[in-house]
Design a protein around this ligand. Structure first.
Ligand code: PFF
Length: 452
């Protein structure tokens, strides 16, 4: 019997949006977006980022949806089903490799959020200096066991949801967790914009200062759009293989991208007013969330409660993303090795955790292992974000734009002619010409000029 006959599927439109937006909304929005925006000039970066989301992100997302729904298999199997006898399945293998790599370092950071949830309810952040908060973060990072335990706890929760399948696992939890995330984010927004000097932070985020824009800013914005929208490795190809034939791919891509962008901007609205209210540098970088924010929580009334809400929010955002990355590997193992979901999930999460532990340890005991100046963690991040995702994204648009014929592609995005899909000519022009060239530009840049 063919695997596609008895495949699980999503049960509702809201479930699809919640799961796909859950994949997109993650550490990339709440941890990475604010600090990259802070380091790249604020409003001007935001504007360029928005341009990439709409011009490139949405077309690439529609392409991934089309491949997955047409293929009705995991990322590797979908390419094989659509283009039998060609080597395009290689793009699927790259996707599975990228999933391994991303999950190994992403789960490390996701684990840190659990440490900080516990911290907010136990010792709290009250009256510690920046130095103390920084040292506490550093001591935790280099600890040989603590970060690993949290990482494994996070992987176990991820695996638990994935074992439940699509309708009774991923969809069920996304439908509950995503509204919770939006609610927490709104609570924090209100708290932040009512702080003194909040308007300075909002001006930093929304007033474009184009004197700060360089070619690097543009390329950073493009890389961030890919990572944030979960593009280039088949997470959305895999999810779309569980969509129904009546689901509107164009509209879903638009909604998911809008939700992802809205949440990234809201995260900026939470963070920048707070940063300016306490005269902290907005360019603090990756430590913005784990050192700077605790400093803010230590100063405001009910800071521990707001800290708790913030770190739960971060954990929830990370969880719906790790679930989507693990599903790429689980779908691949279960369909290609023909093993059941439980076995596939155990196999995938245990093997990813082995690599993940190495990523965690590279902050402490393994910090001396370096390749061209990068620790294991940095190497995995670099390999995924700067090589595998852009390359995967480029091959995906080339596949859809040049390999698939026009009528097949139209058939897929229009649900066999049921929908008008009036955007089709522009969409196809972008995936044939603009997207491959633009992505090739970041790819070449990141290979030659280092990390994005
Ligand atoms: N989009 C996620 C984030 O912004 O945190 C990260 C991610 C998830 C990247 C799934 C790639 C992926 F396939």
């Amino acid at each position: 019997m063919s695997v596609s006959n008895n495949r699980d599927s999503f049960g509702s439109k809201f479930g699809i949006i919640a799961a796909a937006a859950g994949s997109a909304v993650g550490l990339g929005n709440i941890w990475k977006f604010p600090y990259i925006t802070g380091q790249n000039g604020g409003g001007a970066f935001l504007l360029i980022y928005l341009l990439f989301v709409f011009l490139l992100g949405i077309p690439v997302m529609i392409s991934e949806f089309s491949i997955g729904r047409r293929g009705q298999r995991n990322v590797f199997g979908s390419f094989k089903a659509i283009s039998p006898g060609t080597p395009w399945y290689f793009v699927g293998i790259m996707g599975v490799v990228a999933a391994f790599v991303i999950l190994s370092f992403y789960s490390a950071v996701a684990g840190w959020t659990l440490e900080y949830i516990v911290k907010s309810v136990t010792i709290g952040f009250g009256n510690q200096s920046t130095q103390q908060l920084g040292d506490a973060f550093q001591n935790f990072l280099v600890h040989p066991i603590r970060p690993i335990i949290w990482q494994l706890v996070f992987m176990t929760i991820t695996a638990y949801i994935v074992i439940g399948g699509i309708k009774n696992g991923i969809e069920k939890y996304s439908k509950f967790l995503m509204p919770l995330l939006v609610f927490f984010l709104l609570v924090l927004c209100v708290r932040s914009i009512t702080l003194p000097n909040a308007s300075k932070g909002l001006a930093f985020l929304f007033k474009p200062d184009f004197s700060k824009v360089t070619i690097k800013t543009v390329l950073f914005a493009m890389g961030q759009a890919f990572f944030s929208l979960s593009l280039g490795m088949g997470a959305l190809i895999t999810y779309a293989s569980y969509f129904r034939k009546t689901d509107n791919l164009g509209r879903t891509a638009l909604n998911v991208s809008l939700a992802d962008t809205f949440i990234a901007v809201l995260a900026g609205v939470v963070i920048f007013p707070a940063v300016f209210a306490f005269n902290i540098e907005p360019t603090a970088g990756p430590s913005l969330v784990f050192i700077t924010l605790p400093e803010i929580f230590s100063h405001i009334p009910m800071g521990n409660l707001f800290g708790l809400i913030f770190f739960i929010l971060l954990a929830v955002a990370a969880l719906t993303s790790t679930v989507s990355v693990l599903e790429v590997v689980v779908a691949y193992f279960s369909e290609e090795l023909r093993i059941n979901r439980l076995k596939a999930t155990i196999l995938a999460s245990v093997s990813i955790s082995v690599l993940g532990v190495l990523a965690s340890l590279s902050f402490g005991p393994l910090s001396d292992i370096k390749l061209s100046g990068k620790t294991i963690f940095d190497m995995l991040d670099f390999l995924a974000s700067n090589i595998l995702l852009p390359l995967g994204g480029m091959l995906i648009v080339i596949f859809v734009g040049w390999y698939l014929n026009k009528s097949t592609l139209f058939d897929e995005v229009s649900n066999g002619g049921e929908l008008k899909a009036g955007y089709f000519p522009i969409y196809r022009f972008i995936v044939r010409f603009i997207a491959p060239l633009a992505i090739a530009a970041i790819f070449i840049y990141s290979v030659f000029y280092g990390s994005l």
